[in-house]
Design a protein around this ligand. Structure first.
Ligand code: SF4
Length: 212
């Protein structure tokens, strides 16, 4: 994708959805962290279903610790990899209580020290909760960035670095939401819906898919 097409590419996404947000449901930074931690290799819809029951009962690190691992597992057992996620979430809660006064830290280093929190999860929390222009490259962003020519790269970190360089500042904070939503609903893996895509004129993918 030509550099000069990147600004109108994001302007088109912004015009279609001026205030994008994560589809995970949360009402506090801790709920966001817990939801993102639970969402690895799971759908946001599936995570929301579980956290709608969990969070009214326990939505602070101390409350999750008080719940205990067995009851936590019970709440999240519909989510893939729930046993290891429950273990990570309990350990994360313990560290938050012991080292951070029960609060979620706001630096990448401290976030990535938490069990179950990798670079992608840290990027989501830094972006959504703390408004930092990070790029959490998931499967959708990876595909869209390569397919469109916006930020080609052979692995998620390479794509992240390209995006950090190529996305104009004014779109940096919201860009990862637009790219996820584009990948989830329009630029889908098997059958991109190019015929209804608002960024088709800027996208390098060729030939475009016109089959409805
Ligand atoms: S035009 Fe097609 S390939 Fe390009 S971003 Fe849109 S849906 Fe994806």
């Amino acid at each position: 994708m030509k550099q000069s097409d990147i600004e109108p590419f994001f302007a088109a996404l912004k015009a279609a959805n001026p205030q994008p947000n994560t589809e995970l449901e949360y009402t506090s930074v801790f709920e966001l962290l817990a939801a993102v931690l639970l969402s690895a290799q799971a759908t946001d819809v599936g995570v929301n279903k579980a956290t709608r029951k969990l969070f009214p009962v326990a939505n602070t690190p101390q409350a999750i610790l008080d719940l205990g691992i067995e009851r936590l597992e019970d709440y999240i057992k519909t989510i893939g990899l729930y046993r290891s996620k429950a273990k990570h979430l309990m350990e994360t809660c313990r560290i938050l209580v012991e080292r951070h006064g029960g609060k979620v830290p706001s630096t990448r280093e401290e976030l990535q020290e938490l069990p179950g929190v990798g670079r992608k999860t840290a990027n989501v929390v830094l972006n959504v909760a703390f408004g930092q222009p990070t790029m959490a490259v998931d499967t959708h962003i990876f595909r869209v960035s390569n397919r469109t020519g916006l930020a080609p790269g052979k692995d998620p970190l390479a794509v992240e670095m390209q995006l950090m360089k190529r996305v104009p500042d004014e779109y940096a904070v919201d860009s990862h939401h637009w790219l996820i939503l584009l990948g989830r609903y329009v630029c889908q893996a098997r059958k991109p819906r190019c015929w209804e895509c608002v960024v088709a004129r800027y996208c390098d993918f060729s030939p475009k898919n016109t089959a409805h």
